[in-house]
Design a protein around this ligand. Structure first.
Ligand SMILES: Cc1ncc(COP(=O)(O)O)c(C=O)c1O
Length: 354
């Protein structure tokens, strides 16, 4: 606390990111990164970018990147907004589109950055409890609101919501913006991008951090009607003219263009996930259905905090959330390589056998 701080700073409860340990010998399954490196074409593009041109500012409008993204989704470039990671995109979304007199609605168990943005921008919100099976019940969102946001698949549960349900939600809710945060959608969840031309209040956010293996480059984007995108551009141009640097642009364009590599690595992650779910079930875990590159699992007899600590002794890190109580029995485990899964399963067999 300091007398020099602005009033809002005193009241902030910042987001706490998952641990990024400095040790090398860990099996790191805690922050949903991709176990495979980015496409070789991305590395080649980044090398080319290490040149004299770095003395020049990048394109403030990121036209090349917007064109690559628009091409991939058969949209126009005025339906694409890009930013420094989808966290930055989401921050602008909250400020530009979700701050109204009526409360913003999101699930009680969801991406924990949402209430943080509400605190930062002074946005009223109301959380809607997930059903007992952790699913999102869209009928619960039929109430006056200043916007609706949730991830699909949800985080940290990994559970996908069927596209038909999202379309019903959009039909029931035409007077405020509906944001579907599709950070993990490419790992087997149906995307709502195909509904964008039909619903002018639908905004979909994506990241290159997960399925395109570029968490270190910090690129995310939003797709929606030109009207919604213009609001985001107005906020961005009142904040930072150059959020996408020359490396981020070059790497992200190459990543969007190498569709074959992206599809291959997504398939590998999904295959590893399917085997891991079976192996965990054999060890007495209950695993929620996952459409993500992580799973949410609890053991019938052992507490989530206890298992997380014991795995750490085996140099394996997974994520555990102490609250709310409903999720404290669970471990959130990122899908790694097949070999990391084997290491995890043998450590758990040892821990549970002991
Ligand atoms: C649901 C969800 N949305 C958005 C993000 C932000 O990703 P990034 O800022 O790396 O694009 C994350 C990161 O973990 C996430 O879990």
């Amino acid at each position: 606390m300091s007398k020099f701080w602005s009033g809002v700073v005193h009241k902030l409860t910042p987001y706490v990111p998952g641990e990024q340990p400095k040790l090398n010998n860990l099996v790191k399954l805690n922050t949903n990164e991709n176990p495979y490196g980015p496409s070789p074409q991305v590395i080649a593009a980044l090398k080319l970018e290490a040149a004299d041109t770095l003395r020049l500012y990048p394109d403030p409008n990121s036209d090349a990147l917007k064109a690559a993204i628009a091409h991939e989704y058969h949209l126009n470039t005025n339906q694409v907004f890009v930013g420094n990671g989808s966290d930055e995109v989401l921050a602008h979304v909250f400020q530009a589109l979700l701050k109204h007199d009526k409360p913003l609605l999101f699930p009680d168990i969801t991406y924990s950055f949402y209430p943080v943005y509400c605190g930062l921008y002074g946005i009223k919100y109301q959380t809607i409890p997930l059903a007992d099976d952790f699913s999102i019940n869209i009928a619960d969102y039929n109430q006056p609101n200043g916007g609706i946001i949730f991830p699909n698949p949800n985080a940290p549960t990994g559970m996908p919501l069927a596209l038909a349900k999202i379309e019903t939600l959009l039909q029931n809710n035409t007077q405020s913006v509906v944001v579907i945060d599709e950070a993990y959608v490419d790992f087997g969840t149906e995307s709502a991008v195909g509904l964008i031309n039909q619903y002018p209040n639908l905004l979909v956010t994506h990241t290159l951090s997960k399925a395109r293996s570029l968490a270190g480059l910090r690129v995310g984007y939003a797709l929606g009607s030109p009207d919604l995108i213009e609001a985001l551009i107005r906020v961005k141009d009142s904040f930072n003219s150059y959020p996408i640097d020359r490396f981020a642009s070059a790497g992200a364009v190459a990543a969007m263009q190498d569709v074959a590599y992206f599809e291959k690595t997504c398939r590998q992650v999904i295959a590893t996930r399917n085997v891991l779910i079976k192996d965990l079930a054999n060890l007495g875990f209950e695993v929620l259905p996952s459409g993500a590159n992580f799973i949410f699992a609890k053991h019938k007899m052992h507490d989530g905090a206890e298992l997380t600590a014991k795995l750490r002794e085996h140099n394996i890190i997974v994520r555990h959330f102490k609250s709310p109580n409903r999720i404290s029995p669970y471990l959130r485990i990122t899908i790694g390589t097949d070999s990391q899964s084997k290491t995890l399963i043998s450590a758990l067999s040892e821990i549970l056998g002991a």
